[in-house]
Design a protein around this ligand. Sequence first.
Ligand SMILES: NC(=O)c1ccc[n+]([C@@H]2O[C@H](COP(=O)([O-])OP(=O)(O)OC[C@H]3O[C@@H](n4cnc5c(N)ncnc54)[C@H](O)[C@@H]3O)[C@@H](O)[C@H]2O)c1
Ligand SMILES: [Zn+2]
Length: 667
Amino acid sequence: MSENKNQTAAGARMEELVKQLNAAARAYYQESREIMSNLEYDRLYDELRLLEKETGTVLAGSPTAQVGYEVLSELPKEHHPSPMLSLDKTKSVEDLQEFLGEQQGILSWKMDGLTVVLTYDGGELAKAVTRGNGEVGEVVTSNARAFENLPVRIPHTGRLVLRGEALIGYQDFRKMNEEIQELDAKYKNPRNLCAGSVRQLNSQVTASRHVRFMAFALVEAEEVDFENSRAKQFEWLKGQGFGVVEYEKVNRDTVAEAVERFAGKIRDNDLPSDGLVLLLEDIAYGESLGRTAKFPRNAIAFKWADEQAQTSLSYIEWSPSRTGLINPVAVFEPVQLEGTTVSRASVHNLSVMEALELGEGDRITVYKANMIIPQIGENLTRSGKITIPRHCPVCGGDTEVRDTGEVRTLYCTNPECQAKKIKSFALFVSRDAMNVDGMSEATLEKFIARGFIHEFADLFRLERYRDEIVELEGFGEKSYENLIASAKKASHTTLPRLIYSLGIPGIGLANARMLCRAFGGDLDRLMRANQEELTEVDGIGGVLAEAWTGYFASEKNRESLENLLKELIIEQEQAPAEEQIFAGKTFVITGAVEHFANRNEMKAYLEARGGKVTGTVSAKTSYLVNNDIASQSSKNKKAKDLGIPIITEETVLSGKLPDGEEETDAH
Ligand SMILES: NC(=O)c1ccc[n+]([C@@H]2O[C@H](COP(=O)([O-])OP(=O)(O)OC[C@H]3O[C@@H](n4cnc5c(N)ncnc54)[C@H](O)[C@@H]3O)[C@@H](O)[C@H]2O)c1
Ligand SMILES: [Zn+2]
C-alpha cells in the first residue's frame, strides 16, 4: 500500500466521523433521541461527504450510503414495496433554480415529524406503516386511526397509497410536555414526542397526543388520472379529506420569492418543519430520472441556512422545576437572531453541557434550530469550567446527579424545596387543575414565604390570614375578596381535576380521567391501588404506576390529601354548568349522530356549554360537525371553501376543538 500521509489522516478522520454519525443516527432513529444537534450532525455529515469525494473512498457502513437504522420495537414490521429514501439537501436557492431548469416544481414545507405510509382499500384505511429504516417499517394502523385529522373513510374506493408526516403542533407539544414534565429529558421537540406517540403499542395514548397527518406524496391511486401533475394529486387528496402540506407551484424564476414567502411564515407555523422540499411537477419526467442509492432524483430538500451568531457565555442558570429536576440554561451576551434578541438557550441536561465543555466567558455560537428554538451550536474555547452545583439554588438542599447510562441529569433532593412547592402549587391552582382564578405564581410565592400556605388545603383556608393579606404590598380588600371567591368556586371540583392537581409525575388530566374511569371514581381504591392494577389501565405504564404508588406510600401525602378533601366538594365530571368551553363558537351539525339520540340532543349539549348552533354554513360558522368528514355534501363543500374545520362528534365530546384557520390565538 502506497498511502501518503494525507490519505491516512483523511482515512482516520473518516473512520471517526462514520463512528460518531452512526452513533447519533442510531439514537435518532431507534430511540427518537438526539445526542447531538441536527446542525452538528449535518456539519459532520458534510465533512464526511467531502472527504469521501476527495479520497474516492466510501467506508463500509458510512451513513452517506445508507438510510436510517434498523428499527427496534415490539411493533409488527413490514417491508416497504419500494424503499423510502432520504432526500438530497442544499442550503442554496441557486441550487433549487438549477435543479428546476425548465421544469415546474412544487415547493412545500419539509415536515419534521414521523413519516407514515397509508394504504386505503375500498374507501377504508387498511394499513399504516412508519418509514422505519427505509426498507422495513412498523405497522401502526390502529394508532393512525387516532390521528386527529385523518379520514378513516374516503370517497375513493380503489386502492390508494400515500405518504405523509405524522406531526404534533408546537402548541400541543408545549401543553403536553408540561404534563409529562418528569419525562422532559426525553421530549426535546415535537418530533420526539410525535415519534413516541405514534410508535407505540397503545393507540389510546396516540389519541391523547393530538397527532395530525399531512400528506406530501401520492404513490398510487387506482384508476385516477392526474394528467401527469403532482399539483393535481395534491388537490385530489384534499378532496378526499386529507390534510396536505402547504405548497406553491414554482419555476426557476419564481422559486426564490416563494422561498422568501415560506421563510416569512415560519414563526406562525404551528406545525414543525425543518426546511422545504422541491418536487418536480411533471410526474413522468421526475420518475424517469430514477434515484441514487440514497436519494430520489425528482426532489430536493432545502435547509434553512441557520443564522448563527457568536457571543460569550455569561453563566449557566440552574433552574429547578417542580419535579426537582434542575435544568441548565445558558445565559449569554444578547445577540440578534432571525430578527429577535436572544440571550438564553436551554442546554437540556448535564450530558449536553459536558459534551460542549462549557465555561463562563467561553466564546460560543448560537443559532435557532429551524429558525425557532435557540440552541448552542459550538463552543469555540471549551474551557469546561462550569462546576455542577452541590446545592439547590432555591432551597440550598443537596443536589444529586442521576445517571441513566445514557443521560446525566441534576436533581434537588430536598422534598421540602420551595421551588418544588411553588411549582406544585402553581400546577395545583392552574386552569386544568383546581382552577383558582387570579392566584398567580407571584402571589403563591409571597404566601409561601410568609407561611400562609404549607399544604394544598391551606389555599382554601386563607381567611385565617385576612388581616395580613389585605396589608400585603399590591393587595387590598378587593383582591383579597376576589381571591377568596375564586377559592370558594374552585372548591367545587371533579375527581380527575383533583388527581391531576396533586402533581404526581406523569399523571396529566388525561391519565387522571383514565384512572378515575378504571376505578369507578373511587378515590380510596385509587389510593390503595398496586402497580399491577394500575398498569392495566390504558396509558399507565410501569414508570407512571411507580410514581403513583410512590406518591401514596408517603404518609405525608396521604395526610395532606385528607386535609384537602375536607375543603372540597367533589362533583361528577359530566357537564359542569359553569364550564362554557364552547363559548363564542358557532356550530352547524349535519349527517347522522352516534353518541346522541339525535341532532337536537347534540345541539342542547353544545348550547349548555356556551356554543351556538345554526342551520347553515356561513363565514360566521366556527365548526361543521359531521362524522363523515370526507363526505361530498354541499355543507362539507361549503365549509371546505370557507376554510371552516369539519370535526366529528368525538372531537366535540373530547372538548378539544382544533384551531380555526383564521383564528389567532392571543397567547
Ligand atoms: N441529531 C442527530 O443526532 C441526527 C441523527 C441523524 C439524522 N439527523 C437529521 O436527520 C436528517 C436526515 O434525515 P433523513 O435522511 O431521515 O430524512 P431527510 O432529512 O432526508 O428527509 C427526507 C424525508 O422527509 C420526509 N418529508 C417531510 N416533508 C416532506 C415533503 N413535504 N415532501 C417530501 N418529503 C417530506 C420524507 O419522509 C422524506 O423521506 C439529517 O439532515 C439530520 O438533520 C439528526
Ligand atoms: Zn431545592
